[in-house]
Write a protein that binds this ligand. Structure first.
Ligand SMILES: NC(=O)c1ccc[n+]([C@@H]2O[C@H](COP(=O)([O-])OP(=O)(O)OC[C@H]3O[C@@H](n4cnc5c(N)ncnc54)[C@H](O)[C@@H]3O)[C@@H](O)[C@H]2O)c1
Length: 416
C-alpha cells in the first residue's frame, strides 16, 4: 500500500547567497526597522568587512548596539548579561554575524527580547511561545547552517552537556550567506565546520521516517526524513563531495578554490535546511558528551563518530546510502545498492581522514574506559536518539562508542 510521504521545510523568508551579498544587508532589514542589535565575536569585530557592514547600516539610518564578545560554547549567562545591559532599549532586529556561536546567541537574545525570562526557560522543543524579534544571520563559517535552522545550542554550567532550544519561531527571517566572509578561515576550522555540514546532510537524509500524520509537524520540531529536506541533504552532500577537500587544502588555481568555498557555503545552508526539519541522530547524540569530555570542536567530534554511526545504521538505510554514493559520484555509476552503501561509508571515512579528522575517539583525546558513560549521556539527548533510523539503547550506544574509541569496525557487527 502506498505510504503518504511528508514534505516539510522550515526556512528563512529570504536567503541571499553569493560573493559580495553582504553589501545588500541594509536593504533586507524588516520593514520600519530603526534600531539593530548586532551580535558578533572579538575576531569578527576587528575585520574590515564587519566595519563596512556597520557603516552601511548606519548610512541607512539604523542605530546600532553592538555586542562583540561572544565566547565559544555559548555560556547561557553571557546571553542573559547582554540582555540585561540593554535594559529597555527598543530593538527592531537582531543581526548575528559570525560562526554558529554568534548566530545562536542572536537567536536566543531575540527570544529574551520578545518574551523575557532567561534562556533556561526555553530549553527543549516548542517552549518559545511566539515570534521573536526578527533575526538576520550572516555566517562566516561554512558549516553549522544555523542561518537556516530552528535551533540554538548553548552551554549551561548546571548541565554536563550542551543543550538546544528548538522552535520554528527562531528560524532567522533572513540569511545573508557571502562566501567572501569565509575565505580567510584556516584549514582546521574549514575542516571542522565542513564536516559538521556533511554530518547534517547524512544524518538528516538517513534519519527515521515517521508516518505522515497530519499532527506530525506540530508535534515535533524535527520530524525525521521528509521529501523536501531530502532534496537539500542530497544537494549538500554532492557539493561537499566536490569541494570540501579543496576548501580545506587550498588549490594553486584561485578560481577552483573560490568555487570550492562557494560550494561549501551552499552546502552549509542546504545542510541547515535539511537538518531544520529532518534533524540529526546518533552521531550528534554521542558528540555532546564527547565534546564535553574532550573540549574539541563540535564538527570534529561529529566527524570522528560519523563513519561508525553510518556503519551501524547501514542495514536500515541501504537505498539512502546508495543515493549518497551517487551524490558523491563514486562507484562509476555501477554497483547495486548494497555494495554502494558499503562504498560510501569507506569514502566518507577516507575523506574525513584526508582533511585531518582523527580516525578514533582515542586519537581525539577521549580518556579510556568512558564508553558506558558516553552511551548513558547520549541517551539523554532524546530527540536525537528517537531520530535515529535504528532503535538505540544504552548497550547499543556503548558498542558504537567502543568501536569509535578503538577503531574496531568489527564490534558493530555485534550490535546488529
Ligand atoms: N543552530 C544550529 O543549527 C547549529 C548547528 C550546528 C552547530 N551549532 C553550534 O554552533 C557552534 C559552532 O559554530 P562554528 O562551528 O561555526 O564555530 P564558532 O562560531 O564557535 O567559531 C569558531 C571559531 O572560528 C572563528 N571564526 C569564525 N569565522 C571565521 C573566519 N571566517 N575566519 C577565521 N576564523 C573564524 C571564531 O571567531 C571562533 O574563534 C557550536 O556551539 C554548535 O553547537 C549550531
Amino acid at each position: 500500500m502506498h505510504q503518504p510521504t511528508l514534505g516539510l521545510l522550515r526556512q528563512p523568508a529570504t536567503i541571499l547567497m553569493g560573493r559580495g551579498q553582504r553589501h545588500a544587508l541594509a536593504r533586507h532589514l524588516p520593514a520600519g526597522a530603526r534600531r539593530a542589535l548586532v551580535i558578533t565575536d572579538a575576531r569578527m569585530a576587528k575585520e574590515p568587512a564587519f566595519t563596512a557592514m556597520m557603516q552601511q547600516l548606519q548610512d541607512a539610518g539604523i542605530a546600532l548596539t553592538i555586542v562583540a564578545d561572544v565566547r565559544p560554547e555559548l555560556p547561557v549567562a553571557d546571553i542573559l548579561n547582554a540582555r540585561e545591559k540593554l535594559a529597555d532599549e527598543r530593538v527592531d532586529v537582531v543581526i548575528g554575524i559570525g560562526g554558529g556561536t554568534c548566530m545562536d546567541f542572536a537567536k536566543v537574545i531575540a527570544i529574551l527580547l520578545a518574551h523575557g525570562g532567561k534562556p533556561q526557560d526555553y530549553y527543549g522543543e516548542f517552549a518559545v511561545p511566539g515570534p521573536t524579534v526578527p533575526v538576520i544571520a550572516v555566517p562566516t563559517t561554512a558549516g553549522t547552517g544555523s542561518e537556516a535552522t530552528p535551533v540554538a545550542v548553548v552551554s549551561d554550567p548546571d548541565r554536563e552537556m550542551k543543550i538546544g532550544i528548538s522552535s520554528p519561531y527562531i528560524v532567522p527571517v533572513t540569511a545573508v550567506c557571502d562566501p567572501e566572509l569565509t575565505d580567510g578561515a584556516p584549514p582546521g576550522l574549514t575542516a571542522a565546520v565542513g564536516t559538521d555540514a556533511l554530518s547534517h546532510a547524512i544524518e538528516s537524509f538517513t534519519a527515521i521516517q515517521r508516518p505522515a500524520t497530519p499532527g506530525l509537524a506540530a508535534e515535533r520540531v524535527f520530524v525525521g526524513k521528509s521529501l523536501l529536506s531530502d532534496q537539500y541533504a542530497l544537494a549538500a552532500a554532492a557539493a561537499i563531495g566536490r569541494s570540501l577537500k579543496t576548501a580545506v587544502k587550498g588549490h594553486a588555481d584561485a578560481e577552483l578554490l573560490t568555487s570550492a568555498r562557494d560550494d561549501m557555503v551552499f552546502a552549509a545552508t542546504a545542510g541547515g535546511l535539511a537538518l531544520g526539519t529532518g534533524g540529526t541522530a546518533a552521531a550528534h547524540a554521542l558528540q555532546y558528551p564527547v565534546g564535553a569530555a574532550t573540549h574539541t570542536p563540535h564538527g570534529v567530534g561529529v566527524g570522528v563518530l560519523l563513519p561508525y554511526v553510518m556503519e551501524f545504521n547501514r542495514p536500515a538505510r541501504v537505498p539512502e546510502f546508495a543515493a549518497l554514493a551517487r551524490a558523491f559520484d563514486i562507484g562509476d555509476g555501477h554497483g547495486d545498492d548494497e555494495s554502494l552503501s558499503h562504498l560510501v561509508i569507506a569514502h566518507v571515512a577516507a575523506l574525513l581522514t584526508d582533511i585531518g579528522i582523527p580516525p578514533t575517539l582515542a586519537a581525539l583525546g577521549m580518556p579510556s574506559g568512558k564508553e558506558r558513560w558516553l552511551a548513558a549521556q547520549a541517551m539523554k539527548a532524546t530527540r536525537l536518539i528517537e531520530n535515529n533510523p535504528r532503535p538505540l539503547d544504552v548497550e547499543t550506544l556503548e558498542i558504537i562508542a567502543a568501536a569509535a574509541y578503538r577503531g574496531e569496525h568489527s564490534l558493530l557487527e555485534s550490535a546488529a
